[in-house]
Design a protein around this ligand. Structure first.
Ligand code: FES
Length: 77
């Protein structure tokens, strides 16, 4: 599996294999992604990956060289 570099919102970066669950990738990097339903329906875990909104609990790290992650902040939460 390809090694992917992930740049997290706190300016840290980590490496993980493509295809790993986002929550696992975050955990390994000591990043906490908020979660709720863990089933893809509530949106609590949304992050932005290279500008695209992804639900972290049901998505895996795509096969790219480098990814920039931002937390998707919803002001109404
Ligand atoms: S935790 Fe609910 S959509 Fe991911």
């Amino acid at each position: 599996m390809k090694n992917v570099k992930i740049n997290w919102p706190n300016k840290k970066s980590s490496n993980c294999s493509a295809g790993v669950d986002w929550l696992k990738a975050a955990y390994d990097a000591n990043i906490e992604i908020p979660t709720g339903c863990l089933g893809g329906s509530c949106g609590a875990c949304e992050i932005e990956v290279n500008g695209e909104v992804v639900r972290a609990c049901i998505a895996t790290v795509p096969n790219k060289e480098e990814l920039n992650v931002e937390f998707f902040s919803d002001p109404y939460w």
